[in-house]
Design a protein around this ligand. Structure first.
Ligand code: CTP
Ligand code: MG
Length: 224
């Protein structure tokens, strides 16, 4: 099985703030995105990793042809960044995994379980049931409680058969439809997206306190 990994890393991290975008903040001494790339390279299935970064950063990166890791310019939205990476990657893959540049603690064994399910059913999403009660609000006033029975919180890596992601991305381009993640996109176009157990340690670094948590638990959470 030949796997392409796409890492959208062209966001500006408005909720995180700071001088450098959150995906380049150091975690245990390394930029978060570098730590993630190295972790993916541990899987023998991964043939290529394409990282989408901002134009400004792209001009500073030296790339050699034939490298397993390739950099491309990202886009305005996450989906456009994924599209640019997908187009640059070539076609020789069975499955594609899309992973946030700010989720350092995914596990290779979770990835490999997702790869098998995606190959069989077309798409696989790691997700967690919600633990908090979810309320709807309007102008700061609680208006009702959301029934969370059928609601899950999406994580990454989200894995797709190559043809499934290609079709979903191409249709979205034509329709000018922009989804917040690729699992949502695939489901929007009628694909069977299998929901698999996510991992509570696989947090997304969104705000500065998430990085503090990641540093504090690095040893424990980074275990395979
Ligand atoms: N991303 C991207 N291109 C964009 C927007 C987002 O590649 N135009 C990437 C981010 O770099 C990140 C992932 O999508 O790896 C998840 O997005 P999120 O956590 O929302 O990051 P940001 O959009 O950078 O943060 P914020 O929403 O707080 O601005
Ligand atoms: Mg965002």
């Amino acid at each position: 099985m030949s796997v392409l990994v796409i890492i959208p890393a062209a966001g500006s991290g408005t909720r995180f703030g700071g001088d450098i975008p959150k995906q380049f903040q150091p975690l245990a001494g390394k930029p978060i995105v570098q730590y993630i790339v190295e972790r993916f390279l541990l899987s023998g299935f991964v043939e290529k990793i394409v990282v989408a970064v901002t134009d400004a950063l792209l001009t500073t990166i030296k790339q050699a042809p034939g490298d397993r890791v390739q950099f491309v310019a990202g886009g305005e939205t996450r989906q456009q960044s994924v599209m640019n990476a997908f187009k640059a990657a070539g076609e020789d893959f069975d499955v594609v995994a899309v992973h946030d540049a700010v989720r350092p603690f995914f596990r290779i064994r979770t990835l490999e379980a997702l790869l098998d399910v995606a190959r069989e059913h077309g798409a696989a999403l790691p997700a967690l049931p919600l633990t908090d009660t979810i309320h709807a609000t309007k102008d700061g006033i609680l208006t009702g409680t959301v029934d969370r029975t059928n609601i899950v919180a999406a994580q990454t890596p989200q894995v797709f058969r190559y043809d499934v992601l290609r079709d979903a991305l191409e249709r979205a381009m034509r329709d000018k439809y922009d989804a917040t993640d690729e699992a949502g996109l695939a489901a929007h176009y009628g694909y069977d997206v299998r929901v698999m157990p996510g991992d509570p340690f696989n947090i997304k670094i969104t705000r500065p306190e998430d990085l503090a948590l990641a540093e504090a638990h690095f040893e424990e959470w980074s275990r395979e």
